[in-house]
Structure formats: structure tokens, C-alpha cells
Design a protein around this ligand. Structure first.
Ligand SMILES: Nc1ncnc2c1ncn2[C@@H]1O[C@H](COP(=O)(O)OP(=O)(O)OP(=O)(O)O)[C@@H](O)[C@H]1O
Ligand SMILES: [Mg+2]
Length: 257
């Protein structure tokens, strides 16, 4: 199963990605949790220590590797480079394992307008292609706002996108925009998860604003989650409610895909 998570800034994509990955690993699945956000914090949410998280170099910043695999120094303008570089050894070489989750920080796709940063982007896109098309582990992809990492080939290989929303109009409006974009690039299934819900009214709001049948679950607002992030602990380890909520969300995914 290959799942991408998206949503407005701050709605809980990273918290839910990390918790889903931890839940799957606890249940014996082989799972890659991939951080594709330039402002990376999936490592901490999975429960890696601050020291470990600070040491991680995103693959997009590995200049020697990019040059070696694409034939061109990162940032070169106008040079010819390999658009399909060898990447199949990279997941195992650079993954960090934590509580059964294989974590990979791939880094951001760079704006081609800022000069041609294409070798980095070619490497990252090939790497994601490899993870979703060639490997049989479950993939949970924590994405930044845009879909720059996805090509038509990769997006079609995803089983589903989960758009995280909170009970706010901004968040559902953003979610609808993301949904149209997801459809355009060929994502087969789009589901919503409501996060930070406090009561029945919050749930009803989300189900009313989005197509109710595509809302596959909710994560309750919890002070335990706030405490966990303050202490740099995995929310999944601290909040039994969150662990139960992501279990139910995964059941929903499996039932719908
Ligand atoms: N259910 C919840 N209850 C309480 N706090 C939550 C909950 N879900 C997330 N949070 C808190 O909200 C903040 C944002 O969460 P998170 O980093 O997961 O969102 P994000 O969508 O990944 O953000 P970004 O767009 O910056 O990547 C964090 O401090 C997190 O601990
Ligand atoms: Mg995030």
C-alpha cells in the first residue's frame, strides 16, 4: 500500500503520517515513512531522538551523490544529466530504522525557476518512483503543500491520498483545492481525515463540508499530543487515543482501497 498525506499547513500531516507508520510497524508491516517536506520534522514525530534527527541529511542535499548518479553537479545550468539515475540502492543505504519503521528524508523538490536545479529533482523523482513502483513495503509519504515530488507515473502508483483537515473553513477550502489537483494528476483514491476534533459538532462540520463517504476517520484533539511534541517524543507513544484513532483510519483505508 502506498499512501501520500497532504493538507493545509499545520493541520497534522506529520503527526498522522508518523503515527500511521508506527502503527503499521507495530502490526508487523514493513513500512517506509518518507519525509518530503523541506521543513522536515517527521523524524522527531516518529520518535527518533533530537540528536538523530539533527544529523539526518536529506537526499536532496547530498551533492556528491547527486553528481555521481546524474553526471552533473547540483545547481548546474543547462548541462545534460541522466533523467533516470540509478537509485535502487538508496532506500536501504540511507534509511534510519526506528521501532520497525524505515525512515527516509528525501528533502524538497527545488524550484526550477531558480536556475536549473534539475539533477537534484531528477534524483528525487526517480527515488520516489523506485519506492512506489519497485518496492513492496508500505509507503507513507508526508508531503509539503504542492505535489512537486509526484510525476504522473508516481501519482498513479499511489493507492490513495489522505488529505488531513481540521475543523476550520480554511482547511476544508484548501482540502478541496488539493483534491482537484490530486484528481488532475491521477491519484486514484482521495480520502479525508479530520484532525483536532473536539466534539460531535466538529465531526459534523467536516462531514458536511466534505463528501461524508470520503471522510474515513478522525483524530481527536489531545493535550497529550501537545505535550509529546514539546518533549520531543513520538505522539504515538504518548497518546493511546491517537494510536486507536490511527488504527481506525487504517481500517478505513484498507476497506476503501
Ligand atoms: N490531534 C491533535 N491534538 C493536539 N495537537 C495536535 C494534534 N494533531 C497535531 N497537533 C499539533 O499541531 C501541530 C502541527 O502538527 P503537524 O506538525 O503534524 O502538522 P503538519 O500538517 O505536518 O504541519 P506542517 O504543514 O508545518 O508540516 C503540532 O504541534 C502537533 O503536535
Ligand atoms: Mg509537517
Amino acid at each position: 500500500m502506498k499512501i501520500a498525506l497532504a493538507g493545509k499547513g499545520g493541520v497534522g500531516k506529520t503527526t498522522i503520517s508518523a503515527s500511521l507508520a508506527r502503527y503499521l510497524a507495530d502490526n508487523g508491516e514493513r513500512v517506509f515513512a518518507i519525509d518530503a517536506d523541506p521543513n522536515a520534522n517527521l523524524a522527531l514525530s516518529l520518535g527518533l531522538s533530537r540528536e538523530q534527527a539533527e544529523k539526518v541529511v536529506p537526499i536532496s542535499e547530498m551533492r556528491d551523490l547527486i553528481a555521481q548518479r546524474t553526471g552533473v553537479e547540483p545547481g548546474s545550468v543547462g548541462a545534460y544529466f541522466k533523467v533516470n539515475p540509478k537509485v535502487d540502492d538508496l532506500p536501504d543505504r540511507f534509511k534510519l530504522e526506528h521501532k520497525g519503521v524505515m525512515f527516509l528524508q528525501v528533502g524538497a523538490i527545488k524550484e526550477p525557476s531558480a536556475g536549473c536545479y534539475c539533477p537534484e529533482n531528477a534524483l528525487l523523482k526517480s527515488l520516489l518512483m523506485n519506492l512506489v513502483l519497485q518496492r513492496d513495503e508500505t509507503v507513507i509519504l508526508d508531503m509539503e503543500a504542492g505535489f512537486e515530488h509526484l510525476t504522473r507515473g508516481t501519482s498513479q502508483a499511489f493507492d490513495a491520498m489522505i488529505i488531513v483537515v481540521e475543523p476550520s473553513l480554511q482547511s476544508v477550502v484548501t482540502a478541496s483545492r488539493i483534491q482537484s489537483l490530486a484528481e488532475k494528476i491521477g491519484i486514484r483514491n482521495v480520502f479525508y481525515v479530520g484532525n483536532m476534533v473536539r466534539d460531535a459538532e466538529d465531526r459534523a462540520f467536516i462531514e458536511r463540508e466534505l463528501e461524508a463517504s470520503t471522510v474515513i476517520g478522525f483524530v481527536a484533539y489531545s493535550d497529550e499530543i501537545r505535550t509529546a511534541v514539546r518533549l520531543g517524543r513520538a505522539p504515538y507513544d504518548v497518546s493511546p487515543q491517537l494510536a486507536a484513532d490511527v488504527a481506525a483510519i487504517w481500517d478505513g483505508v484498507v476497506r476503501h482501497v
